[in-house]
Design a protein. Structure first.
Length: 74
């Protein structure tokens, strides 16, 4: 489970088309980046809770990337 605040949102064009991505600062102090899960009310500054698989960054010990996100309650 990931809890945090959305820092930024951007639209990215990839292999499967356009997707909305978000950068979240977690309550534990690290940041994660990935696709916004369906059903999540996402806007900059919003508090969010969702589940996902996290892969740590090779370059920054306080940053990671999430995949397979699933929206949870606010």
């Amino acid at each position: 489970e990931i809890r945090g605040t959305i820092i930024s949102i951007k639209e990215v064009t990839g292999y499967y088309g356009d997707a909305l991505k978000m950068l979240v600062k977690t309550v534990d102090g690290y940041t994660v980046y990935g696709t916004i899960p369906r059903g999540l009310d996402a806007e900059k500054g919003a508090e969010v809770v969702f589940t996902a698989t996290i892969t740590p960054s090779d370059r920054d010990s306080k940053h990671g990337y999430f995949s397979r996100p699933s929206a949870q309650k606010k």
